[in-house]
Design a protein around this ligand. Structure first.
Ligand SMILES: NC(=O)c1ccc[n+]([C@@H]2O[C@H](COP(=O)([O-])OP(=O)(O)OC[C@H]3O[C@@H](n4cnc5c(N)ncnc54)[C@H](O)[C@@H]3O)[C@@H](O)[C@H]2O)c1
Length: 354
């Protein structure tokens, strides 16, 4: 295997790009050589912060640089498909942020291009790469939970519509479901062993708007935040049914009259249960007694920085060895089927068979 570091370009130099850039910077076998953002000042700032030689405002020019081996795509959701496909066609490996794209058709086009080009594509399902998710995966594969027949996931923000492109359905594809729901639906589905989804029944609500009027609480805002613009749902819930009879219930919000923010990821099997969030805990029964077991680990909730470092290190490893990533394009496509099915179900007011 070549000792040359993998040469990396990052496309999209906004908020999340920092976690990609920092992670690549810490790897000995990767070297950041290019950064691109249509906002030149943003690309320039990252180039200076991370010492990146080549700065672009047009991603086609970055992809035309033969030195670049692999790219991270950290742009708005509506650009993921065109950039990922162009990158693969230019011979680059691709780490694309979640969600894979906006539609099932685009997801399938990306899948087809991965197969045609033979390049590596990893979807940025970062929660899979957290140490606790991998710990739970080992317990599940060892049979500790038995047959998992129910899972339940929530990310409820009482106030947290980031605005900007996140609030523009044309650029984002939707609100909390596609932005944060994707993370916990994916994590549950992955830990359940990726059963085939067969039906979804969803509801989306636009009851509260973005609540830009609320005072006294701060929240993350996109760079181009505009309080007057919001075309996405503020809350969604869904029941996802799988071929093996298992089901997953999810509810997510950008805003809700909830007492506090809440993140929960829980899976239940016939031998035991697990709470991945808000704090790692295993539940089982032994000698007619229910046991709640607390794994002794540094972080009982996701360690975001470490999860990104693991994700990026795994991507570089897969590019170098040709191994299939643990979050391959096929899983990105399956998630798009689930997410788009939920939006379709909500619009139609009935269950959708997938
Ligand atoms: N994994 C996670 O936990 C996580 C967290 C936040 C965001 N994300 C994802 O990362 C992506 C970016 O989100 P963000 O929060 O960094 O948004 P952001 O608005 O902060 O940054 C996006 C950047 O992309 C640039 N851009 C858009 N289209 C472009 C194009 N065609 N060419 C070049 N640059 C372009 C914009 O100018 C902007 O600077 C989204 O897909 C989002 O869903 C993932």
């Amino acid at each position: 295997m070549s000792k040359e570091p993998l040469k990396i370009g990052v496309i999209g130099a906004g908020s999340i790009s920092d976690l990609h850039l920092q992670s690549y910077q810490q790897l000995e076998d990767a070297k950041l050589i290019a950064v691109c953002d249509k906002n030149e000042a943003r690309a320039q700032a990252k180039s200076e912060k991370y010492g990146i030689a080549n700065v672009y405002t047009d991603y086609h020019e970055l992809l035309a640089n033969p030195e670049v081996d692999a790219v991270s795509v950290c742009t708005w959701n509506n650009t993921h498909a065109e950039i990922a496909i162009a990158a693969l066609r230019a011979g680059k490996h691709v780490l694309v942020e979640k969600p894979l794209c906006k539609t099932v058709e685009d997801a399938e086009r990306i899948g087809q291009t991965v197969r045609e080009t033979g390049r590596t594509l990893q979807v940025g399902f970062v929660r899979r790469y957290d140490a606790n998710a991998q710990l739970v995966k080992r317990f599940i594969e060892g049979g500790e939970l038995g047959n998992i027949y129910y899972a339940k996931a929530s990310i409820l923000r009482r106030l947290g519509n980031p605005g900007g492109w996140f609030a523009d359905i044309e650029r984002s594809g939707g609100g909390p479901l596609i932005d944060i729901g994707v993370h916990v639906i994916d994590l549950c589905w992955y830990l359940m062993g990726r059963p085939k989804p067969v039906a979804v029944s969803g509801n989306t609500y636009r009851q509260l708007g973005n609540r830009a009027n609320v005072r006294g609480l701060s929240f993350y805002k996109a760079a181009d935040y505009d309080a007057s613009f919001n075309t996405v749902e503020d809350m969604a819930n869904a029941l996802i049914r799988f071929e093996n009879g298992a089901s997953l219930y999810v509810d997510v919000s950008f805003t809700l009259h909830a007492k506090q923010d809440e993140t929960a990821v829980r899976l239940y099997g016939d031998k035991g249960g697990v709470e991945v969030e808000p704090a790692l805990e295993l539940v089982t029964e032994k000698y007619d007694t229910i046991l709640n077991a607390t794994p002794q680990v540094d972080h009982r909730s996701i360690n975001v920085g470490e999860a990104f470092r693991n994700e990026v290190a795994h991507f570089v490893e897969c590019c170098r060895t040709g191994a299939t990533p643990i979050s391959p394009v096929e899983d990105g496509i399956s998630l798009m089927r689930i997410l788009c099915g939920i939006y379709e179900s909500a619009a139609a007011g009935k269950e959708i068979r997938l």
